[in-house]
Write a protein that binds this ligand. Structure first.
Ligand code: NAD
Length: 463
């Protein structure tokens, strides 16, 4: 796909600056009208979207339906349903001493926004965050990943039909174009990607004191207690880990399992993987490929290094560079020095760590950066409470995995190294809006009590 020339970016950037004030006056109904058009266009283009994802990394059309089209449409529908309410001024309570003031929050657009996105959910992520920014009344420059060219083409054509470029403009490019974008002044920068690039984005934002949301990655652990229904938990994890071939920011990264169920869990993984993907997962229509050679080489190298120093394969471990295929892999005894345990895996490889005491697992998790997600499987309320109280994470599911991202009333985001700020639903709208504090004097200004000259009466007010 053709890279967007820097001159075009500059030209549209200027137009968007001028358009900010027009958008600031827009009403909920204006924004909803555009979002409805977007929703309709997604429906009309669903076959093209599925085809594009298949071409980019052989993602199954059903998986695209669930994780890209449904997820993005669901987000837009939630916004359409709630936007008028979200945009209304929100009353806050007032203490007696502020009797003359009507206090409220007013939601106004931040202004011009840039949204920078990764390749792993190349439709859902750009569209969902775009919808939040449109809902909040901003202009948007949408920078798509260079690794999903087919999806980018569909997105660009959909958006061009609906939005004027002074409102929404798609930029195709890689590091150079993103670096240029980051040199411009934006009121809000929304970045989804690696923690490494997140730091570059945050440094750039500091030059203009731009507001930011960083949706980053990390190693998301899963705690599994001995009392669980092993078959159900394994099926749950197989889905969460191997959807999109493990290229999901909130995919389980490694498991911390009570040693007492080692045999049962390993046996069940072997059995359920065959049930999910057949004897040869390469032939399964449901199993995606790795996005590019760089990611493929990184994963295979990690796996080979781990095996060379004693890791034991439970299932999988087969790869084919021509297809960028790595079979769903479960592995134990991976050294903590191995890359698989040092960096976010972001692929279909799942290490299991067995522990005799839960504190061994907690210490391990807490020795690493704060994760984006953390999952707990247990029937014991004390175990669940203990893990929650002794760890931190952007979000958590108990006895499930990944669904917290879909819940319309929960914020989505990381914590420090896994992200800053929150996205989606009301929280997405709020991130792209300025929450303006308004204190409206009703019948007399409250500051009257402090007016000059200061007297004993002024002092008495403080009592
Ligand atoms: P990435 O950080 O390499 O790239 C993200 C974006 O930044 C792309 O648009 C890319 O063109 C741009 N970019 C890359 N290098 C740059 C540089 N040096 N300077 C400026 N811009 C640069 O991430 P990726 O490989 O596309 O995506 C994978 C990462 O994204 C994983 O870490 C994953 O966990 C994370 N992720 C997070 C979420 C979330 O919501 N928290 C969702 C999806 C993916």
């Amino acid at each position: 796909m053709k890279t967007t020339p820097i001159e075009s970016i500059n030209e549209v950037y200027e137009k968007q600056l001028a358009y900010k004030s027009v958008l600031k006056q827009s009403l909920a109904e204006d924004r909803i009208k555009l979002l409805k058009k977007l929703l309709r266009s997604i429906e009309n283009n669903s076959e093209q979207i599925k085809q594009a994802l298949f071409l980019d990394f052989r993602k199954s059309p059903i998986e695209t339906d669930i994780t890209e089209i449904f997820a993005a449409s669901f987000e837009i529908k939630e916004i359409i349903k709630n936007l008028a309410k979200w945009m209304r001024n929100q009353k806050v309570s007032k203490p007696l001493s502020f009797f003359s003031i009507k206090p409220y929050l007013h939601y106004e657009p931040k202004g011009n926004s840039v949204i920078i996105t990764p390749w792993n959910y190349p439709f859902q992520l750009p569209i969902s965050h775009l919808a939040s920014s449109i809902a909040a009344g901003n202009t948007v420059i949408l920078k798509l990943s260079e690794y999903s060219p087919h999806v980018n083409e569909v997105i660009a054509s959909i958006l061009k039909e609906i939005f004027k470029e002074e409102h929404v403009f798609v930029v195709n490019g890689a590091k150079e174009e993103t670096t240029h974008l980051l040199s411009l002044k934006f009121d809000h920068i929304h970045f989804t990607g690696s923690s490494e690039v997140g730091k570059i984005v945050m440094a750039a934002a500091s030059k203009n004191l731009s507001d930011i949301t960083l949706e980053l990655g990390g190693k998301s652990p899963v705690f599994i207690d001995k009392n669980v229904n092993v078959k159900q938990v394994v099926k749950n994890i197989i889905w969460a880990k191997f959807v999109n071939a493990g290229q999901t920011c909130i995919a389980p990264d490694y498991l911390i399992v009570d040693k007492q169920i080692q045999n049962e869990i390993e046996h069940t993984f072997k059995e359920e993987l065959v049930r999910a993907f057949g004897e040869n997962p390469k032939d399964s229509p449901d199993f995606a490929r790795i996005i590019n050679d760089k990611q493929f080489d990184r994963l295979v190298e990690g796996l080979n290094d781990a095996r060379a120093i004693g890791a034991h394969l439970i299932a999988g471990g087969i790869s084919d560079s021509k297809e960028r295929y790595i079979s769903p892999t479960v592995i134990r005894n991976v050294s903590q020095q191995n890359k698989l345990m040092q960096e976010e895996i972001f692929g279909p490889i799942l290490p299991i760590i067995y522990v005799e005491q839960i504190n061994e697992g907690l210490n391990l998790v807490n020795s690493k950066e704060k994760p984006l997600a953390l999952y707990i499987f247990s029937k014991d309320a004390n175990y669940i409470k203990h893990v929650i109280r002794n760890t931190t994470a952007g979000g958590t599911c108990v006895n499930d995995a990944m669904v917290h991202i879909l819940h319309p009333n929960l914020p989505f985001g990381g914590v420090n190294n896994s992200g800053i700020g929150q996205s989606l639903g009301w929280y997405g709208f709020k991130s792209f809006s300025h929450e303006r504090a308004i204190a409206e004097a009703r019948f007399m200004p409250m500051s009257k009590f402090f007016w000059f000259p200061y007297t004993d009466k002024t002092k008495s007010v403080l009592k």
